[in-house]
Design a protein around this ligand. Sequence first.
Ligand SMILES: [Zn+2]
Length: 126
Amino acid sequence: MTLDARSISRLKGVNPHLVAVVQRAAEISPVKFIVTEGLRTKERQAQLKAAGASTTMNSRHLTGHAVDLAAVVDGEVRWDWPLYHKLAAAMQKAANELEVPIVWGGSWKSFPDGPHFELDRRTYPA
Ligand SMILES: [Zn+2]
């Protein structure tokens, strides 16, 4: 699959290495997906934190080091975890190919975030 126009526009301001991983993942992923969010403003982050959708004001979205993806099945966005494990596997494979270390939010213990992928802070500090 290729990314749709809206997904591509949402990658604006995102680190080009992460954009390359997302684009490669789109080619190899068995699950279709869209990009729901890339670069985020401080104001929006504050709103998300207030709403309980995020736990931090130190989000990697603020610096263009993170993206959120949504799985699409039969034209509909789905939030089922098994889809995100497949998506994460495709993202990891793409990242390995391109030698860009990434971290999947779905692997976080305290606040698992299945749609979230970010560049590894050790290689890509803010
Ligand atoms: Zn995110």
